[in-house]
Each structure stands twice: as structure tokens, then as C-alpha cells.
Design a protein around this ligand. Structure first.
Ligand SMILES: [Zn+2]
Length: 71
């Protein structure tokens, strides 16, 4: 499979030039090998989630005591 670099039209391997814009066709290649982006652990997000969880639990305990004392 060949692909026109200008208009992105795809042709078979036998085609040499794009019929639309007369551009020399390129073989469709795989994306260039580069350093793969490492999957980073979002520490900041994790800490925020933990803090939010504890804050929620704390709020629940606070409300529980508030209701218990009221009743
Ligand atoms: Zn073209």
C-alpha cells in the first residue's frame, strides 16, 4: 500500500504517482520507532484521592457524632 504524502490518497503498490496531485507516492511505513512513553504513576492524583477519601470518612464520622449528640 502506498500513500500520497500530500492528499493522503491511498494507492496500490504498483502506483508510482498520485493521480490527483502528481506527487511521488511513498510506501506506507510504520511510525518511526521512538522512545515509548512510559506509563507514569500519577502520584499527585493518587495522594489527592487518598486525602479526599480520608476527608470524606472524617466528614462522615463528624456527621455521625453530630447526629448522635443531637439525638
Ligand atoms: Zn496526492
Amino acid at each position: 500500500m502506498k500513500r500520497c504524502p500530500i492528499c493522503e490518497t491511498q494507492y496500490s503498490n504498483e502506483a508510482d504517482y498520485c493521480l490527483k496531485c502528481k506527487t511521488l507516492l511513498q510506501d506506507q511505513e510504520e511510525p518511526p520507532p521512538g522512545p515509548r512513553p512510559k506509563q507514569k504513576i500519577n502520584v499527585k492524583g493518587l495522594v489527592t484521592a487518598i486525602i479526599a477519601t480520608f476527608a470524606f470518612i472524617g466528614l462522615m464520622i463528624f456527621l455521625y457524632h453530630l447526629l448522635a449528640n443531637a439525638g
